[in-house]
Design a protein around this ligand. Structure first.
Ligand SMILES: [Zn+2]
Length: 155
C-alpha cells in the first residue's frame, strides 16, 4: 500500500545520519508536540527525534512561530521598537535579541521572509533597513550580511 507522501519540509537533523538534511529519500513522520509546544518529528532511518525548527536560526528562541511571524511583519512597518513592543507584547530586549539573530543569519532570514511570510522584495528591504537602524552594536560580520541583503534586493 502506498501512503500519500507527507508534505512536511522537515529533514533529518541528526548529523550522524546518512539522511542528515537530505530531502531525497528521507523518511520523516510527525510525532506529536514537545513541552515547548513545537511539532516533533522522528527520522525513521536513525530513529532520532527533533523539532521542526532545529537547525534554523529561529530554533531555541523563546517565541512561538506565530509570534515570530507577527514580529517580522511589524518590523516591516518601520515603527520604533517601543511601538512594536506595544503591538506584539514582546519585550523590547527580546526584540533586540531577535534583531541580532536575524542579522547573523541574514541570508536564511531573507529566504524565510520571502518564502514563508510571502513578503515582497521591497518589504524585505524595509525589514533589513529597520534591523540596521535599530540594532546597535551589531557585529561587523552581521552588519556586512545585512548590508548584502539590502543591496542584493532588486526592485
Ligand atoms: Zn536520520
Amino acid at each position: 500500500m502506498v501512503r500519500p507522501r507527507s508534505k512536511n519540509k522537515v529533514v533529518c537533523q541528526n548529523n550522524s545520519c546518512f539522511f542528515f538534511r537530505k530531502e531525497q529519500g528521507k523518511n520523516i513522520i510527525k510525532k506529536g508536540i514537545n513541552k515547548s509546544r513545537h511539532k516533533q518529528y522522528i527520522c525513521l532511518h536513525c530513529n532520532k527525534y527533533f523539532v521542526e525548527r532545529k537547525g534554523t536560526p529561529l530554533y531555541r528562541k523563546r517565541l512561538s512561530e506565530r509570534k515570530i511571524r507577527q514580529l517580522c511583519k511589524e518590523l516591516v512597518e518601520k515603527k520604533g521598537i517601543r511601538a512594536v513592543e506595544r503591538t506584539t507584547g514582546i519585550n523590547k530586549n527580546t526584540i533586540c535579541s531577535y534583531l541580532a539573530s536575524f542579522a547573523e543569519h541574514a541570508r536564511e532570514i531573507s529566504k524565510y521572509l520571502t518564502k514563508d511570510l510571502e513578503l515582497s522584495t521591497y518589504e524585505v528591504d524595509e525589514f533589513w533597513t529597520f534591523v540596521k537602524k535599530n540594532k546597535k552594536n551589531l557585529s561587523k560580520t552581521a552588519m556586512k550580511k545585512v548590508q548584502k541583503e539590502i543591496s542584493g534586493v532588486i526592485h
